[in-house]
Every structure is written in structure tokens, then in C-alpha cells.
Design a protein around this ligand. Structure first.
Ligand code: NDP
Length: 433
């Protein structure tokens, strides 16, 4: 890690995986002989580029763009693009590293990658977002392709941004190459259920975890952080199954709505008006907005962090435990600090790690690629059934690996081991490349 100075998030992600893999290496000396560890933490390729664009006032602006093509042992690089002011190499590399194992867990043929830019879409006009996205794609287009690298959305990149980027890629290449991006619009190669997939998949995973304890989500109170793509559709699926999400948040604070989140209102405020959670609270009788503060102070039975990395620290985890939380599953990537994870595990709280629990999004991106390759489009029910089956299989793989490596019921070890072993075996098969 001396090669990666000043990248604490990347160090954290690597430690989290490697610290749990001792039992795997004990059973597989060939991974040590093949220098898998040294190879797997070094991205195959990293691209950093200038993204110049012109704002509505006619001023030239410059952002920095990234694409880290981390590992292609199992298939083309696959992973989202994040547009957020905090983006830098350490964030993109932690996300890319996690993505390698997550994609492996889905059982689909996808390598891992991630990208983005330190661009803040908040407060930008549609035209500014379009000009930025076009400039970003002008460089990115040289590096991606349906058989090479297939980006998707992440924080700050949704259907609008994917549309602008796809349009620019098509213009530059003179090809309608649907499989080059996922998260596309439904009339031009997108898949039904992709928008909902990460949130829905998270709740399916939670249901599988609860089933192991002879419990159901029905009637349980749920704290959800964030109010973006993952949060909204986690709320939707939880409500469909009788769960009761009572919180949402964004970077300005959180909302408690004891009657249960009004999903139609939330969708209107966030998806149509691009508003804030405070706007939701202002329109919803009985809900109240807390500026700043921690959404994890709210007593609940289930906590689903769906905003960003390191949003639950040791103290916040201890508060959740003190208030009786029974299950934590990660919708966001690496939302719990290492100390928070230990706090949950020591207290016997069921803990579903991100690379398993939020894999439904990329899995459905894989299904979108399948539909594009076959020039087909599936019904909502067919795609939703495939997603549910994949989440069920990921859950089983985690538990089987946890058993095989000596820690029954440990989802963190299970997810890391199951994801890692497939990639490591493929790397050995393919020689030193
Ligand atoms: P969105 O941009 O749709 O929403 C992000 C939400 O998180 C917003 O409510 C945002 O609030 C909040 N947020 C972001 N950064 C911060 C911060 N620093 N502090 C507090 N709140 C913050 O993103 P997604 O819902 O797509 O992604 C959320 C998480 O899920 C990310 O960790 C992402 O990597 C992960 N994920 C997403 C997948 C997907 O399919 N979209 C797939 C797998 C994982 P604000 O508007 O104030 O910034």
C-alpha cells in the first residue's frame, strides 16, 4: 500500500477484504505462489483526464475525470460512474476494488471497474450537465466498449446523465452500441427493473437474512439513509413486503416520518423536482426535518445505509445497538467503518456487507447486457424474478463460503471469500498477465 499514498478509502477497502481471507489462504497455498494478492490490488489500468466544459455564464470550467479498469479476469470491466465533488483516485479505486468481488458474486461474466469525476451536479442546469457529460464521454469513449469496459450510474449519475453520455458515444463512434453503457432509457436499450434493482435487491437480501432467523420484514421499523436511487427503491420494496421505513436523509440532514415514508411524495420531490429531504418534510404533515445530526439516532429494528461511504462510525453503530437494531445491511458501498462493523458483530447484529447486499444493481446491469446482446427486452416480471433469484443465490454463496472457511453465519467473510476465490482461480487459469 506504500504505492498508494493518501488514499485512505482504498486502504480501508483492501484491509477489509484481506483481513478476512486468512482461512482462504490457509486452504489455497497456490494463491500465495501465484502472487494473487500483489496482482489483485494493482488495477490493470487507470485513466485520469481533463474534462473542460462551458457553464451557462460562458465561463470555462475544468474537472478531473477517472476510469479505473481494475480486473478483467471474469469479463469486461463493469462498474458505475460517480459525479460528486469528493471524487479522487482513492474513492474510485476503493469502489473499483469492491466491484471486482461484487461482480464475481453475481455469477455473471463481469470484471470490475469504476469511474467518475469531481463534478457536482447539484445546482447545475440540464444544459450544464449535458455539456459536462458530453465532454467527459469525449475522452472516456476511447477506453470503453461492449467487450472492453461497460460503465453505469452511481452517485450523481442517473438516467439523465447516462442518456447524454450514450448520445455522445454514439455520435463519436457512429455506432449504436447498446451494450457499452447500462442504465439506459427503456426505449433505447435499457432494462426494466434496472432503476429499482439495487434497492429491491437489498431488500431481497435482507429477507433472506431474516429467513435464517425465522423472521420476516413485515411489521419491522427501518431506518434508511440517503434519498437517491438506492434509498427510494429500497423503501418501495420494503413497503411492498410490509416493512416500515421511517427515515430518509441527504447531506443537509435527515427526516423522521413516524407514519412511514410517503413514497409518492418522496418520488415527486426527489425524482421530478430534484428537491431535498427538507422539502419532503415541509410537505408532509407529521414528518420532521433534523438539520445535520445522525439518522442512526432513530430507534429501529433494521438499518439500511444507502447514502455513501463511512456514514456509520463506531459511536453511531453503538447507538443503533443500544436502541435495539437487529439487522444492518449495506445499500451504499462501504458505509460502515471497520469499527462499526466490529460493533455490530460483537453485539450479534446480523450484518449484510455491501458487496453482497447491494449487488442487485450491477447484476441487473448484467441482465441489461444480456438483453442488448440478444436484441431482446424482457418483461418487468421476468427481470424482477431473475434479480430475486440472483440475490437468493448470492445469499446462499455467502453462507456456503462462511461454512467452508470456518465461520458459519459470517456474511462478511462469506462474501469476501466467495467473491475472491472465483477471481483468484480465473487469474491463475489465465497466467501471469
Ligand atoms: P444518488 O446520487 O441517487 O443518491 C445519493 C444519496 O446519498 C443522496 O441522497 C445524497 O444526498 C446522499 N449522499 C451522497 N453523498 C453524501 C454525503 N457525503 N453525505 C451525506 N449524504 C450523501 O446515488 P445512489 O443512490 O445511486 O448511490 C448511493 C450509494 O449506493 C452509493 O454508495 C453508491 O456507490 C451505492 N450503490 C449504488 C448503486 C446503483 O445502482 N445506483 C449500485 C450499488 C451501490 P445529497 O443529494 O445531499 O448529496
Amino acid at each position: 500500500l506504500r504505492r498508494n499514498p493518501g488514499q485512505p478509502e482504498f486502504h480501508q477497502a483492501v484491509h477489509e477484504v484481506f483481513e478476512s481471507l486468512g482461512p482462504v489462504f490457509a486452504q489455497h497455498p497456490e494463491y500465495i505462489e501465484g502472487a494473487i494478492l500483489d496482482r489483485i490490488i494493482e488495477p490493470e489500468r487507470q485513466i485520469i483526464f481533463r474534462v473542460p466544459w462551458i457553464d451557462d455564464a460562458g465561463r470555462v470550467r475544468v474537472n478531473r475525470g477517472y476510469r479505473v479498469e481494475f480486473n478483467s479476469a471474469l469479463g469486461p470491466y463493469k462498474g458505475g460512474l460517480r459525479f460528486h465533488p469528493t471524487v479522487y483516485s482513492g474513492i474510485i479505486k476503493f469502489l473499483g476494488f469492491e466491484q471486482v468481488f461484487k461482480n464475481s458474486l453475481t455469477g455473471l461474466a463481469m470484471g470490475g471497474g469504476k469511474g467518475g469525476a469531481d463534478f457536482d451536479p447539484h445546482g447545475k442546469s440540464d444544459n450544464e450537465v449535458m455539456r459536462f457529460s458530453q465532454s467527459f464521454m469525449t475522452e472516456l469513449s476511447r477506453h470503453i466498449g461492449q467487450y472492453t469496459d461497460v460503465p453505469a450510474g452511481d452517485i450523481g449519475v442517473g438516467g439523465r446523465e447516462i442518456g447524454y453520455m450514450f448520445g455522445q458515444y454514439k455520435r463519436l463512434t457512429n455506432r449504436f452500441e447498446a451494450g457499452v453503457l447500462t442504465g439506459k432509457g427503456l426505449t433505447w436499450g435499457g432494462s426494466l427493473v434496472r432503476t429499482e434493482a439495487t434497492g429491491y435487491g437489498l431488500v431481497h437480501f435482507v429477507c433472506e437474512m431474516l429467513k435464517m432467523k425465522d423472521q420476516e420484514i413485515d411489521g419491522k421499523t427501518i431506518a434508511i439513509s440517503g434519498s437517491g436511487n438506492v434509498a427510494i427503491f429500497a423503501i418501495e420494496k420494503a413497503q411492498q413486503l410490509g416493512g416500515k421505513p421511517i427515515t430518509i436523509s441527504d447531506s443537509s440532514g435527515y427526516v423522521v416520518d413516524r407514519d412511514g415514508i410517503d413514497l409518492d411524495l418522496l418520488k415527486r420531490v426527489k425524482l421530478e423536482e430534484r428537491g431535498r429531504v427538507a422539502d419532503y418534510a415541509a410537505l408532509r404533515p407529521g414528518a420532521h426535518f433534523v438539520s445535520g445530526g445522525s439518522v442512526w439516532d432513530v430507534p429501529v429494528q433494521i438499518a439500511l445505509p444507502c447514502a455513501t461511504q463511512n456514514e456509520i462510525n463506531r459511536e453511531q453503530a453503538a447507538t443503533l445497538v443500544k436502541n435495539g437494531v437487529q439487522l444492518v445491511a449495506e445499500g451504499a458501498n462501504m458505509p460502515s467503518t471497520p469499527e462499526a462493523i466490529v460493533t455490530f458483530q460483537d453485539a450479534g447484529v446480523l450484518f449484510g456487507p455491501a458487496k453482497a447486499a447491494n449487488a442487485g444493481g450491477v447484476a441487473t446491469s448484467g441482465l441489461e447486457m444480456q438483453q442488448n446482446a440478444a436484441r431482446d427486452s424482457w418483461t418487468f416480471d421476468h427481470a424482477a424474478t431473475r434479480l430475486e433469484q440472483i440475490m437468493h443465490d448470492i445469499h446462499s454463496s455467502c453462507l456456503e463460503a462462511a461454512d467452508r472457511y470456518g465461520s458459519p453465519g459470517d456474511y462478511q467473510l462469506g462474501a469476501n471469500a466467495a467473491g475472491f476465490v472465483k477471481v483468484a482461480d480465473a487469474m491463475l487459469d489465465q497466467g501471469v498477465v
